[in-house]
Design a protein around this ligand. Sequence first.
Ligand SMILES: NC(=O)c1ccc[n+]([C@@H]2O[C@H](COP(=O)([O-])OP(=O)(O)OC[C@H]3O[C@@H](n4cnc5c(N)ncnc54)[C@H](OP(=O)(O)O)[C@@H]3O)[C@@H](O)[C@H]2O)c1
Length: 187
Amino acid sequence: MSTTLSARYRTAFVTGASTGLGLAFAEMLLAEGVQVWGTARDLKRLPARAGFHPVALELSDGAAAETAFLAAEGAAGGFDLVINNAGFGAFGAFAETDFAVWQRQIEIMLVNTARLGHIALRGMLRRNRGALVNVSSLAAEFPLPYQSAYNLVKAGLSALSESLILETRGTGIIVIDFRPGDYRTDF
Ligand SMILES: NC(=O)c1ccc[n+]([C@@H]2O[C@H](COP(=O)([O-])OP(=O)(O)OC[C@H]3O[C@@H](n4cnc5c(N)ncnc54)[C@H](OP(=O)(O)O)[C@@H]3O)[C@@H](O)[C@H]2O)c1
């Protein structure tokens, strides 16, 4: 028996919904009748659609990103589904890259993504329901050359998701470690 996603998920929060996989997730959810709060750094890059609520979110500022999430969560009355999708890739040999630039990629993509997962999971545990999807990559297992920070971020994100899968066992919450292969996007 097939059921629509909206039978299980009323509201969703999708980071990086302006292009690529995030936009595809948002469109799929909207087509299934789910209300979507989708983010980009620049609101003008987000689609204008019925059921789509644009949110400005810059992952490089973890505190501001958390504030934006909480405001959206309040407006939505809680999120049934949170997709931590936003990300980017920076190329460069490890030894030749300025260490501060390398470290910054980890802070933005791993630490601040985890921060959104942390605050999202708290809301789900309060409500005893919800699904958290962390978009990792096959790079978690098969590192890409000249992308050491990206590989580390995705391996760390997958390890976090696996930890949360164990921690949420027996609750009403689902955690998904999503490791896509290659898709043609703006990445
Ligand atoms: N494409 C692939 O083959 C592939 C494979 C494995 C995993 N992935 C993962 O899938 C996710 C989406 O990638 P994609 O291929 O769809 O890339 P994309 O088309 O470049 O989209 C990236 C999204 O992330 C947002 N974003 C980038 N930097 C941000 C920042 N500092 N703060 C907030 N938002 C930011 C962008 O929003 P703006 O409008 O603000 O730029 C955009 O919406 C990423 O986590 C990526 O690592 C992709």
